[in-house]
Design a binder for this molecule. Sequence first.
Ligand code: ADP
Length: 484
Amino acid sequence: MINRSIRFKIIFWFVLSVAAILLCFGFLVYSNVRADLYNDVDDILELKAQGVVDYISGYWKAKNPHSDAVFVKNFGADFVESAESWVETMPEDLELADIKVTLYDTNGVTVAASQNAYAHARLPREFLDKALRGKSLFYSLARNVSATGLERRRMLIVPFKAAGKVIYLVGVEKPLNFTDVTLWRLRSSMISFFIISLALVFFTGFFLSRVILKPLERIVETMRRITSRNLSERIDNSGPRDEIGRLSDTFNHMLSELEKSFFAQKRIVEDVSHELRTPLTIIRGEMEVALKRVRSSEEYKSVMTSSLEEVNRISRIVEHLLLLARFDSHAVKLSFERISLSDLVEDILGDINVLARQKTLSVRLAVEEDVFINADRLNLRRAILNILDNAVKYTNEGGSIAVTLFKDAAGAVLVVKDTGIGIAQDDLGKIFDRFYRADSSRSKQGFGLGLSLAGTIFNAHSARISVSSKLKEGTTVTVFFPPA
Ligand code: ADP
């Protein structure tokens, strides 16, 4: 079910891609906000540390309004004494900003600290060394406070220098509770948002896929109903011209093609059986009669001659059908070469003249020399022969046939004009159909496959055939060949 359902796939990929987008987006937002919040804390600490340093040096200078040298000299001695009072009288805004101050001497020992300051009794060595080299340094500390759990603080140690020498260190610290809580809230809101969004996306995908796939299900339903017995059924494509609409059109088109070829095949089977039945009945009848009693050899010969005629007819039908079928399935490989159409037409007329003479038909020729085309000689010969054979077949004794071949701008044109029985307008559109014979010619020898085969062969040569005719006046068949 999971593997087979497009719906599941749509929902799965939809949810997965939205989850990936949300995760990337959330990660970016969270890390930016986090960096901003911590930077803000560091900025405040820096600002406040500078304030403390300014405050202390102001205080000291007021007390010792001497030179810098005296200031440095006295500093060490009086430092411890004054430190307590500095810390106690720290400016108020430090309290508001939740900042605690600790003062260290150059050995890293705490000299004075504000209340609740998270002071080290002694500044760890690595921090002290760095600070004594004159560099400010930031670091974060965490300690376990039983009531509130882990408490994190951010610290900044700023060395105070006078006359190029570090004389004490100012430590400012700020609890990170607020920042951590803010980040924690952001995290939980983002997680809730993520879960809710995914749920929403899941349901949206669920309903969207249902709406989108509904017409597809209708198509499947209809297709399931279609069998060879109701090939005329079509998918309802009255909806919008979207991909599904186009899919329905394509299916309907395919069904029409299938229906057409199905009926064509059916008709061919019917026609073939019908065509073969007559000669087979004749053969059977004659043989049955012949076998009723002993016959003379003359009688047997006559039966066999007439049977042979019918057998020949059957084999001609089968041969034509086979060829048509091979053309249909593209099994015929045409070998194109540049040939002289003029020579080919004259050559075919050599054969046709024999038949024409038997029917006392006059054949007029107007064949332009050196008309060349690209063609498969053998098959083209067969096609042109069928056209000329029809002209002879459907022209009564004493009639005439005119064959013209000439070059024109678009290639070459072959015209076969006869003064025969003609074709009714209603039949004209059907004479290329397999086994189609116009009523007027039913009695003649043909079996309705010649033009169909000729049409297929001309088609394979990219040549176009057109037939115009008038009943009882004659027929003109024109074939337009593309240039070589
Ligand atoms: P057939 O073997 O019956 O001649 P074709 O496929 O060659 O089959 O032709 C189909 C039908 O077209 C013929 O039965 C005939 O009715 C008509 N037809 C073709 N050529 C001519 C023509 N030159 N004059 C009159 N009718 C023609």
